[in-house]
Write a protein that binds this ligand. Structure first.
Ligand SMILES: [Zn+2]
Ligand SMILES: [Zn+2]
Length: 167
């Protein structure tokens, strides 16, 4: 959706409410389509004493396979969208500023780039995910490893010593 910003730049103390859905269901990321339901974007664009700011939250269902245990999950993420919009740059440090040309903003495009910037590098079902055993292939969150433990003979000797001292 293209948002017309002329009024926002020209009139002070104007607020434009954003209640918008961004359909990214066809967007591919790493060979899958993780945004299975349209992203909800709620917030506003506000001109406060001449400064035009966009503040919104994006509500995302993210469909993924855990990088460690390969289980399939859907996680709800909230990604903030915060930008100061300008229609011209006057040598400012423009990292913070979003230049909108022709007083229009493609909110879908901006939403997608903000989402991609804020997605985690690794997708884990939980930070404490134990993953899959490389030996037996069991999902260690659900099952115990059934690999036969290789016993180091030095530990065997130690255990024998400990057993002796206990008896
Ligand atoms: Zn996992
Ligand atoms: Zn195992």
């Amino acid at each position: 959706m293209i948002i017309e910003l002329k009024n926002l730049f020209n009139d002070r103390d104007v607020t434009l409410k954003l209640d918008h859905t961004v359909d990214l269901t066809d967007y591919e990321l790493g060979g899958t389509k993780p945004f299975t339901t349209p992203v909800k974007l709620i917030g506003c664009i506000k001109n406060t004493a001449g400064v035009v700011e966009l503040n919104a939250d994006m509500f995302i269902s993210f469909d993924f396979d855990c990088d460690r245990c390969a289980e399939h999950f859907v996680k709800e993420l909230i990604i903030p969208m915060e930008h100061t919009l300008v229609n011209e740059l006057n040598n400012e440090d423009n990292d913070e500023l979003l230049l909108v040309e022709d007083m229009t903003l493609d909110i879908d495009e901006l939403a997608l780039s903000d989402i991609l910037l804020n997605l985690p590098m690794k997708f884990l079902c939980s930070d404490s995910c134990k993953g899959v055993c490389a030996g037996c292939g069991k999902n260690l969150n659900k099952e115990n490893c059934i690999c036969k433990k290789e016993i180091d003979p030095r530990f065997e000797a130690l255990r024998a010593l400990l057993d002796d001292s206990n008896s």
